[in-house]
Ligand binder design. Structure first.
Ligand code: SF4
Ligand code: SF4
Length: 451
């Protein structure tokens, strides 16, 4: 039996849509193409008609459903809290179950339950190519997100020689008395941007926390959710729950599961939490975005206490949709403003969607770019050298936008900036006097023993 909610489970929410259209103003697809069927309201009308048995989903209806990025902007702004993204997901699952998976979905239909992550990618290779793409594990959401036909004309990062798991031990020992955290990296960080994961784990460890990086973790399931592959989402959810279960680390009570990928965080908190098992609810309840965690723990104040660097870089910020959905907008900005190496500037259109959206950029490349291009004016006018964000997918998309527009800037993760600032500042006496231990520019914290 499916542990997902079915379309019929949303009948009350469908009734609560008053057709006010407030969601349209926030829907990136609607704003890019101006089609009612692309907006949340159009999808709600469609879902209600299908559920009432007044219509069958025809090809046009299916095409309209494919125009959704599952960004959640509609649900966030709806006065009646209608969860259109969850309803679209339920409809897509029903279509997949009835008609089979779409072309992109079929690319993962053969996925097995094996979450084993491959180790090192090809040494010395600099270009992300369809040949190297074969070396991404078959369970990875990257296979959905970047199918070989979608790699053309796209700026992608050079493939790192070592993935996250070969760059970090499974456990970074922290200070006595500090909490144990576990890090959920996600596919994009693990295989394309391991330095973002390394920065996150090292930063937490330098702040005193023991950090576990469980090897059994796999894709969060967001790309599978996007393509309507409910069975794969369930499989990945169970795999990840087991990887972070107390049984896997019996002597280490995990206080929080930290994410540095907004999309993964959105999948693990919202969609795992909606699935109908206790284990998934428990897992989901522990998940916390790194920015929110640093704020909660007072670590942003620690960074703000570092002496200002005379040589600072101008940085703006892009809001990932899945952080906005959880109300995490102030924390990353506070963090950036606190960094002694950063001059923060607010960017116009910071909250506009980047257009990546799970498998969306693969299935709708033209619309994805049209949505992405709405970022160009704000990026350009900011005058920033760097645009920081809290989602590796957004960062990849932003670098693609920046390249196409020829802007003199690049996109980076907030954690890379935070770790760099901490490494520069920790040797200063100000931080020593604030009770933090001395720390040289080494790759591990002074109290750490890697195992
Ligand atoms: S989904 Fe919400 S915001 Fe959109 S039309 Fe319905 S009630 Fe209004
Ligand atoms: S989830 Fe995003 S793209 Fe989909 S209908 Fe809502 S606002 Fe539009």
């Amino acid at each position: 039996m499916s542990i997902h909610k079915q379309l019929s489970d949303y009948s009350r929410e469908l009734d609560e849509c008053v057709r006010c259209g407030a969601c349209q103003a926030q829907c990136p697809s609607y704003l890019a193409i101006g089609k009612e069927g692309a907006a949340a309201r159009g999808k709600i009308v469609l879902a209600a008609e299908v559920l009432a048995g007044r219509m069958e989903l025809d090809e046009e209806g299916k095409r309209d459903l494919a125009l959704c990025l599952l960004c959640g902007a509609c649900a966030r702004t709806c006065p009646n809290h209608v969860p259109t993204d969850a309803i679209v997901s339920a409809l897509r699952r029903e279509i997949s179950e009835k008609d089979g998976l779409s072309t992109i979905g079929k690319g993962v239909a053969a996925l097995t339950g094996n979450p084993r992550l491959l180790g090192t990618l090809v040494r010395g290779t600099k270009i992300f190519s369809s040949l190297l793409f074969r070396r991404i594990p078959e369970t990875s959401g990257l296979r959905l997100r970047f199918s070989p036909q979608n790699l053309q004309d796209r700026v992608l990062p050079p493939l790192p020689r070592r993935n996250l798991f070969s760059r970090l031990p499974e456990r970074l020992q922290g200070k006595a008395g500090k909490a144990t955290l576990a890090f959920f990296a996600g596919c994009t960080i693990t295989y394309l941007y391991p330095e973002m994961g390394e920065a996150t784990a090292r930063l937490l460890n330098r702040l005193g926390y023991t950090v576990l990086i469980p090897r059994g973790q796999g894709c969060c399931g967001m790309p599978a959710l996007s393509s309507g592959n409910g069975a794969l989402v369930e499989q990945l959810a169970h795999t990840n729950t087991a990887a972070f279960d107390t049984a896997a680390f019996p002597s280490e009570p995990i206080e929080h599961i930290i994410t540095a990928c907004a999309s993964c965080g959105g999948a693990l908190t919202r969609f795992y939490g909606e699935m109908q098992t206790e284990a998934l609810h428990d897992f989901s309840g522990k998940v916390m975005d790194i920015h929110a965690f640093l704020k909660k723990e007072g670590c942003i104040d620690t960074l703000a206490a570092l002496p200002k660097n005379s040589d600072r870089v101008k940085v703006c910020y892009h809001d990932p949709c899945h952080l906005k959905n959880h109300g995490i907008t102030r924390e990353p900005r506070e963090l950036l403003r606190a960094l002694p190496t950063v001059d923060y500037v607010e960017m116009d259109g910071a909250a506009l969607c980047c257009g990546l959206g799970g498998t969306f950029s693969a299935s709708q490349p033209g619309l994805s770019r049209a949505i992405a291009d709405r970022k160009i004016a704000g990026l350009s006018a900011s005058g920033a050298e760097l645009v920081a964000s809290g989602c590796p997918g957004c960062i990849m998309q932003l670098n693609d936008i920046i390249h196409r527009a020829g802007l003199p800037m690049r996109a980076v993760h907030t954690m890379n900036l935070a770790l760099a600032a901490l490494e520069e500042g920790l040797s200063d006496t100000a931080i020593l006097h604030s009770g933090h231990p001395p720390c040289q520019n080494t790759s591990v914290a002074p109290w750490a023993t890697e195992s």
